[in-house]
Every structure is written in C-alpha cells, then in structure tokens.
Design a protein around this ligand. Sequence first.
Ligand SMILES: C[S@@+](CC[C@H](N)C(=O)[O-])C[C@H]1O[C@@H](n2cnc3c(N)ncnc32)[C@H](O)[C@@H]1O
Length: 339
Amino acid sequence: MREGFIGGTAGEADYWASLDDLELYEKTFAQRIAWKWDAVIGELELRKWSPSASRVVDAGCGSGVAGRKFLEQWRELVSEVVLLDRSPLARSYAAKALLAHQVDVRDGGSALSKELVADATVLVSHVVTELSPGQLSEWVESVSGARSLIWVEAATHDASRRLVEFVREPLLKAGWSAVAPCTHSSRCPMRTAENERHWCHHFARVPSFVHQDPAWKELSSAVGVDLRVLPYSFLVMEKSSPEAVSRSAEDAAAGAGAESSPIGARGLCRVIGAPREFKGYLKVLRCDEAGVEEVVLQKRDVPAAFKDLSRGEGVPVYRFREESGKVLDAKRFSEAGDA
Ligand SMILES: C[S@@+](CC[C@H](N)C(=O)[O-])C[C@H]1O[C@@H](n2cnc3c(N)ncnc32)[C@H](O)[C@@H]1O
C-alpha cells in the first residue's frame, strides 16, 4: 500500500481489500496523519479560528482519522459527519470508529458534489495524489459550494504544489479566503519561476513515546518511515462573508490591491520548512504577501526566535523587522498582539 502511496499509483483502483487492511492502516499511517492534524488544529486554535458550519464532510475518509480529529476539537459544534470514500469498506470502518463520538453519521457514498457539501466544512486528508487532474478540479468545484475546507497532505513538492495550484488559487478566484498556513489571501508567492524549487511545508511533533516503542521501530525499518520527522503540507480556507467580498471588490476598485485577509493586514509572515542552521545564525525561508525570501536570523539579534525556530517549537508565524535580508526583530504571532 505504501508503495502505491509513494509511487503515485494508489489512485488507480480501490486498494482496501478488507477491514483488516483498514485496521492496520489505522494503527500505523493514520496515527502519523493524526499527529499532523493535531498540528493543524493547534495552529487554528492559535489563530482563533473555528468552523462556522455544523455539518462536516470527510472526503476520502479512509479509516476516518480526519473526522475524528475534528470532533476531538469541535464536537460541540458538530451535528453530523458525512463520510465519503470510493471504498464502501472504508466508509463502514470509519463509521464504526465514530461511534464513540455519539454523533450522527451519514454515508456520503463515493462522489463529492456541491449538494453534499453545501454549508459544510470539508475535510480532505492524504487524497490529492490519488485524484486525477480532472477529479481534483471536480472536487474543488464541489468544495466551492461548502463553507470551509481543511486539507492536509504529505509534504512532498508535488502534493504541496497541487494544493496551491489546484485548490488554493481556484478557491481564491471563487471568492474564498486563506486562513492558514498563509498570512494573506493574495496570489501565492511560491508560484513565481524563481521559487519553483521551494514548496510550502511544515513539521509536526512526533510524540516522544514513539521513539521508545518497539512496534514503531519495527514499522520504521519494515517500511522505511523516518520516525524523527513528520513533515506535512496543508491548507485551510473559508468562503468569504458577503461583506468581505464586497469590501475587497471596493478595495480593488480603489486600487488597494488584492490584500483582503485581516491577518494579512498585520504584516505577518510564516517561516516555511526547516531553517538551515549555521554557527550563531539561521537561514529561514519566510513567506508573506510580498514574496518568498531567505532571510538571516542571528542568535544575538533575536535569541527567542532563534531558539524556537531551531527547535521547531510553536507555530512559526511572526512579524519580522528586516534590514537588507537580516531579521532585526521578531515577534511571534501571539506576542505581537495579534491573537
Ligand atoms: C491515503 S487514504 C487517506 C485516508 C484518510 N483521509 C487519511 O488521511 O488517513 C486515501 C483515501 O481516499 C480514497 N479515494 C481515493 N480516490 C478517491 C476518489 N476518486 N473518490 C473518493 N475517494 C477516493 C481512498 O479510497 C482512500 O480511502
């Protein structure tokens, strides 16, 4: 199965042959995916974002980890979870696994549609490489009828680029706003030719027990999973309120540019990927509305940010004061009076 996921052939046919397959997946790969969801939900908490819809659609649900993680965080806001997957076995496994949450569960069948997602929050997790270009564009067209979207993927260049190119940008055109990881809702600056080699990705925490656990060790050597790191890419977007849409139309008419997200107005940036560490300084790739650029962060100038970034602690959203590519002051999102 992992060969199919990595080699990009998993999309060709339904690969769930039995409930045992799903059980094994749930105990292994789905756990790692759950930790990525923890990171994403943690960031949404920091940004004080919560879903406005009470219906949730888990599209390509597999064993159902995305829906369960969502419920762990926002159970009281949810009235119904719709499970959609081309595999009836997966839908049935995911439905059983939701029993403990005592929530209404609906079998959403195998096809995403605007009707199914109307006014819902759509969750998609680790599906993007299994959809053909045509299917992906149909999914995004359907999602545009929803209210919000949380989409989590592996951190490969390809998966991350597909999220930007075929999900983020079309939804922006449909009047949606970016919630995370972006600090603005303008065109993604990764899309320029000079940024072709970069891709938007982040690192989640692997719980410490995993490093002492013989079963995880065995899995790691059997299928070649590096347990020390957990990179991921993701995208959270929501349909802009009618007021925000008319405001940005007015701004555009007044020549104020495409800037629309309130977070963007605050001059925040996000650090992408892992910093490159040198003696006494880091080189970090920072992304904001103005562009993607590698900047230098010296320990003596910004000791707290140096420590957090080199240890990979916290959500790397900052307000930097820069001069000639050097960060002279770095305020974390929560410290900057923005949270
Ligand atoms: C790698 S699994 C991910 C499962 C789950 N979302 C997770 O994060 O653990 C991808 C899932 O997408 C489903 N899938 C793939 N292509 C699909 C399609 N065209 N329509 C519906 N489901 C699809 C597969 O059956 C599988 O359950």
